[in-house]
Design a protein around this ligand. Structure first.
Ligand code: ATP
Length: 443
């Protein structure tokens, strides 16, 4: 099987309508990407998959959708104004800018530019938050930030959620939304962008029970990626060493995926201790402690954070699904092995030929399947070509209406991964497909 390169993926995503360069007709805006007709379906489905896993399947995790713009004091309390920086160096000759911690070893030692050999400047701290002004007057009093993470919206709403949903520790709050970081190095397609989406669940626990919950959530989060259809051998843990730990973290692990450019972070699972709630108590002057009504104990909860990138997950799912397969007869096919729950199109419906009433029957079947699935009707080209087109965009099921359908009401149901075809009664299609989705396992 051919190795997937990022160039191949970028061009495939464009051709098939998954991801387009932002503002392309103006020459593009580097580090921003638009999700096309199939990309938005894929992204929305991954988000729904996560949401179901993190809220619906638990009775003590609730959802939240906080505003992107927040009171500027939030970011002082969180430590972002002071600490959310990258170390930057500039090349005095070619003027390129680099993250010092990402320079190749020899450039770090010699202070020479990895591109042109020119002299590098001293390291400066560069804050990654996008800063702008709210209201008509620009000045220090109107400074506002685009949130660099969704987590703080959860922390400042912890009491609201707890009281209105009558939650008791341990409990969680889940949120999906945009985040913005003025990243300097944004190559690698949608892996690292200035505008991206996060899926975060913050779990509030009793101090002393934090380490146990941390381990439980690590286990659940790794299982989640396998349920999503990512192959286990492409996933691994990376534990943060003492010099990598963020200012708030007591312990931290990343789930890494093996992308075409190597192993990189997909999600962070962090034990944030009581850092966030103690800082927000201090900066807001509000008591954010929790009263255990049974034991009458009062304490600041510890927080176990699971912080995943939604747009980065789209990239991992695309990379993992991609295959250039050589079939036994020597023919090649390009296929995306998406989990059926996240595939942009679930069922393709085709008449074998347009004439003799087959198109009408196929249209009717497609109309019925639309109630439960995203469908795609196609009557152009050979049937083999139509299957290939659906393989290329990762459609897990295809239904073909042929002459036998007219006689006995059965159709062909074709499976994308095995390419096996079986005859199914048209009225059983929805139930058969639902069962197959429930039982799906990547081979
Ligand atoms: P990195 O070290 O890669 O800059 P980080 O450790 O700062 O990332 P976190 O703050 O832990 O990342 O963010 C949690 C998750 O949000 C990451 O695991 C990643 O999936 C996603 N994420 C963070 N920054 C970006 C970005 N610039 N573009 C896309 N996704 C991002």
């Amino acid at each position: 099987m051919a190795e997937l390169t990022m160039e191949t993926l970028v061009s495939l995503c464009k051709q098939r309508g998954f991801v387009f360069q932002s503002s392309e007709i103006y020459g593009g805006l580097s580090s921003a990407w638009d999700y096309g007709p199939l990309g938005v379906e894929l992204k929305n489905r991954i988000q729904r998959f996560w949401w179901r896993e993190m809220t619906q399947l638990h009775d003590n995790i609730v959802g939240l959708d906080a505003a992107i713009l927040m009171h500027p004091r939030v970011w002082e309390a969180s430590g972002h104004v002071e600490n959310f920086t990258d170390p930057l160096v500039d090349c005095k000759k070619c003027k390129q800018r680099f993250r010092e911690d990402m320079l190749p070893e020899e450039s770090r030692g010699s202070r020479r530019c990895p591109e042109c050999g020119g002299e590098l400047t001293d390291t400066r701290k560069f804050n990654l938050m996008f800063r702008t002004h709210i209201g008509p007057v620009e000045g220090d009093a109107s400074v506002i930030y685009l949130r660099p993470e969704t987590a703080q919206g959860i922390y400042v709403n912890y009491r609201n959620c707890m009281q209105t949903s009558r939650l008791k520790i341990p409990f969680g709050i889940a949120q999906v939304g945009k985040a913005f970081r003025n990243e300097i190095v944004t190559k690698n397609f949608i892996f690292r962008t200035c505008e991206f989406e996060q899926m975060e669940m913050q779990y509030f626990v009793k101090p002393g029970e934090d380490e146990g919950w941390f381990e439980k959530w690590r286990g659940k989060r790794m299982d989640y990626y396998k349920k999503l259809g990512i192959r286990g051998h492409k996933l691994r843990w990376h534990r943060h060493g003492p010099d990598e730990l963020a200012h708030y973290a007591k312990d931290a692990y990343d789930i890494e995926y093996e992308f075409p450019m190597g192993w990189r972070e997909l999600e962070g699972v962090h034990n944030r201790s009581d850092y966030d709630l103690s800082r927000h108590s201090e900066f807001s002057g509000k008591d954010l402690s929790y009263l255990d009504e049974e034991t009458k104990e009062r304490y600041l909860p510890f927080i176990i954070e699971t912080s995943a990138g939604l747009t980065r997950s789209v990239l991992a799912v695309l990379c993992d699904a991609y295959e250039e397969e050589v079939l036994p007869g020597g023919e090649a096919r390009s296929v995306l092995h998406f989990h059926p729950l996240v595939a942009p199109i679930t069922v393709g419906v085709f008449p074998l030929v347009k004439k003799d009433g087959l198109a009408e029957i196929a249209r009717k079947i497609e109309g019925e399947l639309r109630e439960d699935f995203t469908t795609f009707y196609d009557q152009s080209g050979s049937i083999g070509r139509r299957y290939r087109r659906q393989d290329e965009v990762g459609t897990p099921y295809c239904v073909t209406v042929d002459y036998e359908s007219k006689e006995n009401g059965t159709v062909t149901l074709r499976d994308r991964d095995s390419m096996e075809q079986r005859r199914v009664r048209a009225e059983d299609l929805a139930a058969v497909i639902k069962k197959s989705i429930r039982e799906y396992a990547r081979v």
